[in-house]
Write a protein that binds this ligand. Structure first.
Ligand SMILES: [Zn+2]
Length: 284
């Protein structure tokens, strides 16, 4: 079933925004369009490239890979955290509603995030976008279920990294107190053990001028990092299972840093046979 049909079928309960969307794209197609509608003809579902979500624990580099991949295949990288921030600076009914919630110090509900996301995807379709890579959503099983009601996600890419490597990487993070640059002093060279793969990751060292000004974020302690991982694992397992049951989950064990992982990730996604795209991504 196409994403749009899926969207339409479930959209009625979601929001006024979605009602706009459903009126424009009603099942009875052209007949439902208001006269003189300026909406461009909808692209056929075959032309939609990807509708992917990226999963992965904090520190794994999810945003980096999602962003690189979105440039590589030419679809937007939609980070829900950024979307919410952008909406706060926008105008219109949804922005006002959001500002009201934030100003009262309340948590932004999943429903509102779905609304903001729907609006973003709708705007994207008008501009001719043919897919997306979603980053930062869903984080919980409830969010995954809600998303499934409005969109037909094709694939959930779950980026994984050995936990000991992940911890070492988080503890190696440094920020320059002067220029704000992000670096990582961890030089990871972990041997194969207990079925865990060998893994090497070069440090990302600062230039000489920053060396004496490096600071550690207060929450990059081993205890905090481990707690963050524990919370993430508890929350994400049901999300992974959700996509696994639907045969949409692709587990990807990162074999190292970006130079080692990137080509393997493309290969795993069947994207490594396109030379034009490859040369384009090298300029990213
Ligand atoms: Zn600096």
């Amino acid at each position: 079933m196409t994403a749009i049909n899926r969207f339409l079928r479930n959209v009625s309960s979601l929001s006024t925004l979605s009602k706009t969307f459903s009126r424009r794209n009603g099942h009875s197609s052209a007949a439902a369009l208001p006269h003189g509608s300026l909406m461009p003809p909808r692209k056929s579902p075959d032309e939609r490239n990807v509708q992917w979500v990226f999963l992965g624990c904090p520190g794994v580099g999810k945003g980096t890979y999602a962003s690189r991949l979105s440039k590589f295949i030419g679809v937007p990288h939609i980070a829900t955290g950024d979307l919410v921030r952008e909406e706060l600076n926008a105008s219109g009914p949804l922005a006002e509603k959001l500002k009201g919630i934030v100003n009262q110090g309340k948590l932004v509900s999943d429903e509102i995030i779905i609304d903001i996301l729907s609006k973003r995807l709708e705007d994207g379709e008008v501009k001719g976008e043919s897919g997306f890579i979603l980053d930062g959503f869903p984080r919980t099983i409830r969010q995954a279920e809600m998303l499934e009601e409005v969109l037909d996600i094709d694939l959930a890419v779950n980026l994984k990294l050995r936990e000991d490597v992940l911890i070492a990487k988080c503890l190696g993070r440094r920020i320059c107190s002067q220029c704000g640059g992000n670096f990582n002093i961890a030089n990871i060279d972990f041997k194969r053990e207990n079925g865990k793969p060998e893994i090497q990751m070069a440090p990302l060292l600062p230039p000489v001028g920053c060396e004496s000004k490096l600071i550690v974020r207060a929450d990059d302690t081993e205890q905090v990092v481990k707690e963050r991982l524990r919370i993430y694992n508890n929350m994400s397992k049901p999300v992974e299972d959700f996509y696994r049951r639907r045969t949409k989950l692709m587990e990807f064990d990162l074999p190292g840093g970006i130079p080692e992982s990137w080509p393997k990730l493309l290969h795993a996604l069947n994207l490594d046979d396109d030379d034009d795209k490859k040369s384009a991504s090298e300029q990213v």
